[in-house]
Design a binder for this molecule. Structure first.
Ligand code: PLP
Length: 483
């Protein structure tokens, strides 16, 4: 329990609940309960807070108490409210769902939902074969204690070889295996950023990176991405003016925008970072996934002569997120320091999972080629459905990665996400990817679901989009000036 929300506060959060899409088909209590569920799913109403007493909310909303009683009853039935007689009612999510600090949450077994909130593919068929082969390798490790703080040597070698193949000579002692890219970022932040340190990030950016930075209480400045990507002079200017301790960038098919940073800017960013003493954390999550034969510029690390660049990456996007294998590429001394930090966190990654990764990487060419074909087909299906059903939205065709960043026809992203949830589509609205609640005109759409699901999802989104309009546009009016 983290506190209590008062009637007037909840009324303010509920906003135009009585005018939401689908409203005319629903009684008042169902619309009220639906809006509360939307606020919870969107992270705007926290979990574990006590809701106002029925009478108090009824007064704040100027509706009958029976309506609130029925809404609370429905919320209890759907698992969004827990009540104790005489004590009150607390917000919760059905099952064991938890909300992250970003407000994003993953369903455990909600198979009905078309989940466009998660930008990751299902596992490739080769995963099972790799897992079986890994169990056969396991006896080689069973004679030891199994703790390998920087990772098992064969995986570190395979990852180092992949960097070398991309034109960045790398030895195994420059690689540390982690439990996913997110873990890699967290460890790097623990090493390179004192609590309260300053960090430059792109805006929009990957929300869980913001969560990791929040964990270090970082002071964040942003570089706003333009419709066609980074603005070189502004980015370099920000580095020179704010001299952050660290900059976190996603140069390959940036999440969420899909932009690819050109070689010339990579070189200039590294030079500027060196000049002002900034460490660059380069997130290469999507580097394996250029589409349409797009040529990749050299890795950012190629331009690094002063150990300013720490690269992080992993298996989640080309292979499978459930594997939880990622890595850091840094100088060998930095890797040793990271291993020392890790001892206080999780000691080491699971040996069996690392062996699975070794087998997948041995088959990388074939697996990744299939993923690229699959993603291109799904992206095109998504683009086609958007052009047909939501022609007013503007999208830049991403040349790689797994997401596109749509500019909507109005500042409706959060309202749309709430409405879409009601029709079985989970969305991550634009403000999730920023720091200050802006970006309501944008929506990230991943193309990681099968094409038919994407087309179905766009159809449902389009239906609720037009319902939002019919419910009245007045709630998006400019606020009146109060002098
Ligand atoms: C840019 C970026 N970094 C890190 C991650 C987290 O990856 P992992 O599953 O390897 O922890 C993601 C996943 O969406 C991502 O998009």
């Amino acid at each position: 329990m983290t506190g209590q929300v008062r009637g007037v506060q909840l009324a303010r959060l509920l906003g135009q609940w009585h005018a939401l899409p689908g409203r005319r088909r629903n009684p008042d209590y169902a619309a009220l309960a639906g809006t509360v569920r939307g606020l919870l799913a969107d992270g705007r109403l926290p979990l574990g807070v006590r809701l106002p007493a029925e009478r108090e909310l009824a007064e704040a909303l100027r509706i009958s108490r029976t309506t609130v009683t029925a809404a609370y009853r429905q919320l209890r039935e759907t698992g969004h409210l827990a009540s104790r007689r005489g004590a009150g009612s607390w917000t919760m999510l059905p099952g064991n769902h938890r909300v992250a600090s970003t407000g994003l949450w993953t369903p455990l077994d909600d198979r009905e939902m078309l989940d466009l909130g998660v930008a990751a593919l299902a596992a490739p068929p080769q995963l099972l074969t790799a897992a079986r082969a890994a169990t056969e390798d396991l006896p080689r490790y069973l004679g030891g204690a199994g703790y390998h703080p920087t990772g098992i040597i064969e995986l570190r070698e395979a990852v180092a070889d992949a960097y070398a193949a991309r034109g960045l000579p790398t030895s195994a002692d420059q690689i540390m295996v982690t439990s996913g890219t997110q873990h890699a970022l967290d460890l790097v932040l623990r090493l390179a950023l004192a609590p309260g340190g300053s960090v430059l990030v792109e805006s929009p950016t990957y929300p869980n990176a913001l969560a990791a930075l929040a964990g270090r209480r970082a002071r964040i400045t942003t570089h706003g991405l333009a419709a066609d990507g980074w603005e070189p002079d502004l980015l370099l200017g920000s580095l020179r003016q704010t001299r952050p301790k660290l900059a976190y960038l996603i140069p390959e098919f940036q999440n969420p925008t899909g932009h690819l940073m050109p070689a010339s800017l990579r070189e200039r960013v590294v030079a500027a970072a060196h000049a002002v003493g900034t460490d660059l954390v380069i997130d290469e999550s999507f580097v394996d996934l250029p589409l349409d034969g797009t040529e990749l510029p050299p890795p950012v690390g190629v331009y690094d002569r002063h150990s300013r660049v720490i690269s992080i990456g992993g298996m989640s996007k080309p292979y499978w997120g459930g594997l939880r294998i990622g890595w850091v590429r840094a100088s060998a001394p930095q890797v040793q320091r990271l291993a020392a930090v890790r001892v206080g966190v999780d000691m080491a990654s699971p040996v069996l999972d690392q062996l699975v990764a070794v087998h997948l990487l041995a088959d990388a060419d074939a697996i990744v080629a299939e993923r690229r074909v699959q993603l291109a087909v799904q992206r095109d299906a998504l683009l086609g459905a958007l052009a047909q059903r939501l022609p007013d939205w503007r999208v830049t065709v991403p040349r790689g990665g797994v997401t596109l960043w749509a500019e909507l026809d109005g500042p409706v992203s959060s309202a749309l996400a709430r409405a879409a949830e009601e029709v079985g589509v989970r969305l991550a609205p634009g403000p999730r990817f920023g720091l200050d609640g802006t970006m309501e005109r944008f929506l990230r759409l991943p193309f990681t679901l099968p094409a038919a699901d994407l087309v179905e999802a766009v159809g449902r989104i389009a239906a609720v989009r037009y319902d939002l309009d019919r419910a009245g546009r007045q709630r998006w009016r400019e606020p009146a000036v109060i002098a």
